[in-house]
Design a binder for this molecule. Structure first.
Ligand code: HEC
Ligand code: HEC
Length: 211
């Protein structure tokens, strides 16, 4: 008797967890209306506003980054102007469920990869990538959920350069509570020069060709 109650409770809590994790796409779509003014209706990004493409990102990445913006771990003190612009936008989302809803809606969108703008040597970049980056971001730069590392293939090359520079300058990944950001900051510092940053991004950009 007691056992069957325990089993019933376990089933109920599993159901509750599922219900909580289920996103409301219609709500996500209406929440995204604000985001679209910068990131575009198809989440393809807008370079003039420094707003990156989002449509290649996993829901879990989008939620994690929105949480960081809301907590001041990204876009807080010492951050770049573009990150400080995004932080108040993340703060407008009314509750935790809204993060899941808007992320689920973004995941339904598709957009063309933005044109290549960074001049670098993709062959040299491949060497850096395979040596320093692939273990976490994966051989095709598709990211790795278990390691919290986002997809890079499909990202705007100008955005990837800007983020690597921000990590290197301590404008991102410097806050004490930002465990994964600090991890990535240490890796960005391994690249020997600004040219190496351009090279590795040129290689990542080449991976998304043909999309
Ligand atoms: C005023 C323009 C603006 C609006 C509106 C805006 N964003 Fe952003 N967003 C940005 C900028 C600029 C960045 C780049 C931040 C940086 O450089 O670190 C960004 C970055 C992001 C990132 C990080 C992407 C990554 O690869 O880590 C996510 C996720 C995101 N925005 C989601 C949203 C969502 C969801 C909304 C709507 C609730 C939204 N944004 C509204 C400008 C905007
Ligand atoms: C130890 C694992 C690890 C290694 C190795 C690593 N990264 Fe990362 N990377 C991460 C994690 C985790 C994040 C997410 C950071 C965050 O949440 O702010 C990240 C984020 C990034 C971002 C930001 C993406 C975005 O959408 O904002 C870029 C760009 C990036 N990594 C490039 C690289 C490059 C280039 C290398 C090699 C020089 C590299 N990473 C090596 C774990 C790693």
């Amino acid at each position: 008797m007691r056992l069957s109650i325990l089993i019933l409770l376990a089933c109920l809590s599993a159901l509750a967890a599922r219900a909580h994790a289920e996103a409301d796409l219609a709500r996500g779509e209406s929440l995204y209306a604000t985001c679209a003014s910068c990131h575009g209706a198809d989440a393809g990004g807008n370079r003039a506003l420094s707003a990156p493409r989002l449509s290649h990102l996993r829901e879990v990445t989008i939620v994690a980054q929105l949480e960081k913006f809301r907590a001041g771990q990204r876009g807080g003190e010492g951050a770049t102007a573009s990150a400080r612009q995004m932080a108040p936008m993340a703060a407008t989302l009314p509750d935790e469920q809204a993060l899941l809803d808007v992320a689920a809606y973004i995941a339904t969108l598709d957009s063309p990869v933005s044109p290549a703008t960074v001049e670098g040597d993709p062959a040299l970049g491949a060497d850096y990538y395979n040596q320093f980056c692939g273990a976490c971001h994966g051989p095709g730069a598709a990211g790795n959920v278990a390691l919290n590392s986002p997809a890079l293939a499909g990202g705007d090359d100008w955005y990837l350069v800007a983020q690597l520079q921000a990590f290197r300058a301590g404008e991102r990944g410097a806050q004490s509570g930002d465990r994964t950001g600090r991890q990535m900051r240490a890796m960005a510092a391994v690249l020997p020069s600004e040219q190496a940053v351009a090279d590795v991004v040129a290689f990542i950009r080449s991976l998304s060709e043909g999309e």
